[in-house]
Design a protein around this ligand. Structure first.
Ligand code: BDR
Ligand code: CA
Length: 354
């Protein structure tokens, strides 16, 4: 079983990453930290707890709120894509007034205070590691990388306790919040560069890959009915939702689809960014990838936040290293899209069966 710490800013696609992290075989989710990003830090924490109530029967996975702002830049949110509260248009999730939502925040047993991301991560990762006698934890980041940068700055002694960092972010020659900058990296480029220099294996899921994972109408139909619907056309009506969970997911992907159609002219359906990180943990064979030196542009006039992959090895004098001067990132270049959506729909089936 792979131990997982998941850092998110829900966010429609983050919500589906949470669902997959809970319901994929071979993964044990230790905790969820939340970060500023798609919406403010308070909303992302509340949204993560709402998702846990809706998607996870077992109450042992908890939320640890993290950084409300980037290290240096001004805070930036994305209401155009995700609505004002980060989960615009999503029906059927419990609200903050529901006591089950508050119960999903990790609290100190003595003081009752909510435990923060850095403390939660350090405690869980150290507990699993057992001074080298236990096992390592994989960290997956689906939002700006502020929590990870702070964690590694404060706890360098826990670097050996981490197996790998897997993140959705960046794009090679491709952006979504400027011509070349992707949202997660652009929100906090300085944190991203700190994380890119941490001497640990890293796996990057860039826009170039996530833009191939389009949730098309046949997948949307199967999400609703639970039945494969490969022949459904754009004109056919969607089937009714088999269960309340499927209705919730239908409203989620419909809102996301509308955002992407309006803002980016994606007419075949929305791209599924964040849950692709979870697919990598379970089925790495779905990916084709190459290891490069990747850095973040921190100054460019037109290119701030761009992820720059050094395909000619100009800047990796120590190629074996995962840190400074090394080929620091495995960049995914191609995904078996059908295999990914099969996994996603299987997770929905499992979630529905609980
Ligand atoms: C990333 O930014 C957010 O909109 C999504 O949640 C995803 O993590 C895509 O650029
Ligand atoms: Ca996200």
């Amino acid at each position: 079983t792979r131990k997982l710490w998941l850092d998110v800013d829900p966010g429609h696609d983050d919500a589906t990453a949470i669902l997959m992290a809970i319901h994929s075989p071979g993964i044990e989710l230790l905790g969820l930290s939340t970060v500023h990003g798609n919406t403010n830090g308070q909303n992302t924490a509340i949204n993560a707890a709402r998702c846990l109530v809706a998607f996870a029967a077992a109450p042992n996975v908890l939320v640890y709120p993290g950084a409300p702002k980037p290290l240096i830049r001004e805070t930036k949110h994305d209401p155009e894509i995700h609505g004002d509260d980060g989960l615009g248009g999503v029906e059927g999730l419990p609200s903050l007034e529901d006591p089950r939502v508050l119960a999903r925040f990790a609290k100190d047993k003595k003081t009752g205070e909510i435990i923060s991301a850095d403390v939660g991560m350090a405690t869980a990762i150290r507990r699993e590691w057992k001074d080298g006698k236990g096992c390592k934890t994989t960290i997956v980041a689906c939002g700006p990388e502020t929590n990870l940068a702070l964690f590694f700055a404060v706890h360098p002694e826990l670097i050996p306790a981490v197996e790998e960092i897997v993140f959705m972010g960046g794009g090679i020659g491709l952006g979504n919040r400027s011509a070349v900058a992707e949202f997660n990296i652009l929100c906090d480029p300085h944190s991203a560069q700190i994380v890119f220099d941490v001497p640990l294996p890293k796996f990057m899921v860039p826009l170039n890959v996530t833009h191939t994972a389009i949730l098309t109408r046949p997948i949307h139909a199967q999400l609703l009915s639970g039945i494969p619907s490969p022949d459904i056309s754009e004109k056919d009506p969607l089937p009714p939702a088999k269960t309340p969970l499927r209705h919730t997911l239908h409203t989620l992907v419909s809102f996301f689809a509308e955002s992407y159609e309006t803002i980016f002219n994606f007419t075949k359906g929305p791209p599924m960014h964040d849950p692709i990180t979870i697919a990598y943990l379970v089925k790495p064979e779905l990916f084709t990838s190459t290891r490069y030196r990747v850095d973040v542009e921190l100054e460019g006039r037109f290119t701030l936040g761009e992820t720059v992959a050094d395909i000619w090895n100009y800047s990796a004098p120590d190629p074996e290293s995962w840190g400074k001067g090394g080929k620091n990132v495995v960049l995914s270049e191609k995904l078996g899209v059908q295999g990914f959506f099969d996994m996603f729909l299987e997770c929905v089936d499992r979630c529905d069966a609980v």
